[in-house]
Ligand binder design. Structure first.
Ligand code: ARG
Ligand code: ASP
Length: 717
């Protein structure tokens, strides 16, 4: 039998009898019921209560979700507390925006790193929040019992929303906590998370990008990897240790518990667990959805971003100031761009569509005589058929339009703020003025102009006119796109910071009308109108129907396989993934070992290539073998891989050993298994972590920040 078909059969078999070991992101309060036995079988030495307990301190009290004021329940990254004084480690790329916003040509913290010598030197990051989970509650019955079969989808949604609001308010009344209910299992279950959210999070330290982002976007999503992707923060609280807005009077937060750090070492086969906030996965998609993603959405979005990145990268190569300005933007554009490529490749290589189709056939046989399920797949097929053109148009509108040239989104947001202003006029002006300063600090007209030309060209080339906003079409007529762009940046107020600041200062409730004539604003409005009239109504209708189907689909799958333990897709809530440290074989004849070392950094060292230019100090430490105690077999370990099921948002998550001690920080996944958001395969899916001993080595030897090491509790057995 061919290897490929054998693999397919094995995969199918495994997906029928239950989840793979290693697959899954589990709900902390349910570990006792579903996972702890298995975890202990795999080597874990603690109990479910050691991880999650609402009566005593447990590991969950040391895990933080990093968020932003205004959307504190969306955790863009995870961090963990590692000292009694609220010291936190997370990834370099998680704090990248913070480091960048404190950077200038004089204080280039991105390039040179930053280390606060004393607590007084730690830098405030307005708007950044740190959530600590206080407790969870299953509220499924409280919600579902209020729904009746007679209700329309819309009535159901409204009812769910209203009950959630009531429950959330009641849960935290009279406290300083915040509650948030989210659907799990496509809305078949609901859990409430109650958080304490700290609002004063300061930057304590970050290595130079040549360490924290070593390998840059070239190595991103790749293994073997040598990135020291970590940074250090500290949570501050009021005098009573409770959340408080930033104040120089605030005190370091005293946590209920913190992670001990293990210097014992990491070996292949060791138990590992990742405890953090995975953002979104889609493990229960149908074949129709996967096909559309891999054949339509991903390829187009990749092409648009390739064009954009070519321009941004050339600008960054040409000038040091442009490199600072565009560093954060480029990293985020490149990150999804590359991920979509790995994902598409993986989905095709592992025949996900075929796998799903086989599963759907079995479902259809089982569902044939069940009224509530028998027509599901047919409905999916019809809906995805209708969705195809709309999602393509929406992808262009988003990627080439609204997130294309920056001037478009910027003009739109200023216009909208002025037009819809409902608050005190002075306050709006102040907010807009500071937003403008922030925007122009990192803006370059010449680069943006090049991006606009490319975006308009792609838009006009790849879509038929019925899917292109009027102004985008008009740009290609008359004198052509390049002349259109010249005129736009010449005439638009938004190409000039001073003009915009003046306009804001003099703004009246009528100003927005004048802006409607501004060419950048016109382009943005044309996109808005097109979206509102030609895309949104149909697409939103279809998505709603798909969401409703998704609920029934997963309910059906669960009913069909009552013996299988399902896990809920990631939804930016706290989860536990567990597995083991393990290398993998990306292709025939090659086996990647599970760890990398400082030797590999030196092998990649190349002063000519920005991404591989090792800091001189690190070269010296290497030459002098000045490694301190941070070695294993005489080498300094840098990164390792394991079979934990992780996704975006898990970055910065604590990676723990069998004792619950910190052995690393999760930061990425390996190329061949990037499709794990849709299909996890234990043979090939690996999460990448930076070894905690490399973190300690850099803090101690490179940054000379011994005072931080002294704050931590390091165990060696
Ligand atoms: N791929 C990782 C994640 O999705 C790291 C991204 C940051 N690094 C970068 N080179 N852009 O967040
Ligand atoms: N790099 C991702 C993050 O920032 C993690 C991943 O997607 O594996 O959360």
């Amino acid at each position: 039998m061919k290897k490929k078909s054998l693999l397919l059969i094995l995969a199918l078999w495994a997906s029928w009898i239950g989840c793979y070991a290693d697959e899954g992101m589990w709900i902390p309060m349910l570990l006792k019921k579903y996972n702890i036995e298995d975890m202990q079988k795999e080597g874990f030495k603690l109990t479910a209560e050691d991880i999650y307990d609402i009566n005593q301190a447990s590991l969950k009290d040391a895990v933080i979700g990093l968020g932003r004021e205004g959307q504190p329940f969306f955790h863009f990254c995870t961090g963990e507390i590692i000292s009694q004084e609220g010291l936190v480690v997370t990834n370099h790329h998680c704090a990248f925006d913070m480091i960048q916003s404190h950077s200038s040509l004089e204080h280039n913290y991105l390039r040179d790193g930053f280390w606060a010598k004393t607590k007084a030197d730690e830098l405030a990051n307005p708007g950044i929040t740190a959530s600590i989970l206080v407790r969870m509650e299953d509220v499924t019955d409280k919600i579902l019992s209020r729904l009746t079969p007679e209700m329309s989808e819309q009535e159901k949604n409204q009812t769910v929303k209203a009950i959630c609001k009531q429950l959330e308010t009641a849960a935290v009344q009279g406290t300083n906590l915040m509650a948030n209910i989210k659907p799990y299992f496509n809305g078949n279950q609901y859990f409430m998370s109650v958080f304490k959210i700290y609002k004063d999070v300061r930057l304590v330290g970050a290595p130079p990008s040549a360490i924290g982002k070593f390998g840059g976007d070239t190595d991103n999503w790749m293994w073997p990897r040598h990135t020291g992707d970590f940074s250090v923060l500290r949570i501050y609280a009021g005098a009573d240790n409770e959340p408080a807005a930033y104040s120089p009077e605030n005190k370091p937060y005293q946590p209920a518990t913190f992670f001990k750090i293990s210097a014992k070492g990491v070996n292949e086969g060791d138990f590992t667990m990742v405890f953090g906030y995975p953002g979104t996965t889609n493990e229960y998609l149908t074949s129709f959805a996967v096909a559309q993603l891999q054949d339509i959405e991903n390829p187009h979005k990749i092409a648009i971003r390739t064009a954009k990145l070519n321009i941004i990268n050339a600008a960054m190569e040409s000038d040091e100031l442009l490199r600072i300005k565009y560093a954060s933007k480029a990293a985020s554009v490149a990150n999804s761009w590359k991920k979509w490529q790995g994902e598409t490749k993986g989905l095709k290589r592992f025949n996900t569509v075929a796998l799903k189709q086989t599963q759907e056939k079995a479902f259809q046989n089982w569902a044939a005589d069940k009224k509530e399920y028998s027509s599901l797949l047919k409905q999916y097929e019809t809906l995805y058929g209708q969705r195809e053109k709309l999602i393509l148009a929406a992808s262009y509108l988003n990627e080439a339009g609204k997130r294309g040239a920056e001037i478009v989104a910027w003009a739109n947001s200023v216009y909208t703020a002025l037009k819809n202003n409902t608050q005190d006029w002075q306050r709006t002006k102040e907010q807009l003025t500071s937003a403008a300063r922030e925007f122009y600090k990192d803006y370059d007209v010449a680069t943006d102009r090049k991006i606009l030309v490319e975006m308009l060209q792609l838009y006009n080339r790849n879509l038929t006119p019925e899917w292109i906003p009027e102004e985008v079409q008009a740009a290609a007529r008359k004198k052509g796109i390049s002349a259109y762009a010249d005129a736009l940046y010449d005439k638009s107020l938004f190409a000039n910071e001073e003009d915009v600041l003046k306009m804001i200062e003099q703004a009246t409730p009528e100003t927005y009308k004048k802006l409607e004539k501004d060419p950048a604003c016109r382009l943005a409005l044309s996109m808005n109108v097109f979206y509102a009239e030609h895309i949104y109504p149909d697409l939103a209708g279809i998505e709603k129907e798909i969401t409703a189907l998704n609920q029934r689909w997963l309910a059906g799958l669960m009913e069909m396989q009552p013996e299988k333990t399902f896990y809920a897709d990631a939804n930016s809530t706290l989860r536990v993934a567990y597995g083991k440290v393990q290398g993998y074989s990306p292709c025939d004849g090659v086996y990647y070992q599970h760890y990398t070392t400082l030797n590999g950094i030196m092998e990649k060292d190349n002063p000519e290539i920005y991404d591989y230019n090792v800091p001189q100090k690190l070269r010296d430490l290497y030459k002098n073998k000045d490694f301190g105690p941070y070695t294993q077999n005489g080498e300094v370990p840098v990164c390792f891989i394991a079979t934990n099921h992780t996704t975006g948002g898990n970055s910065g998550s604590p990676v723990l050993n069998e004792e619950g001690h910190l052995i690393g920080l999760n930061f990425d996944r390996a190329w061949d298994g990037v499709m794990s958001d849709i299909q996890y395969d234990p043979e090939i899916c690996r999460n990448i972590s930076v070894d905690i001993r490399y973190v300690l080595f850099i803090i101690d030897k490179l940054a000379n920040a011994k005072h931080l090491i002294e704050e931590m509790e390091i165990v060696t057995d």
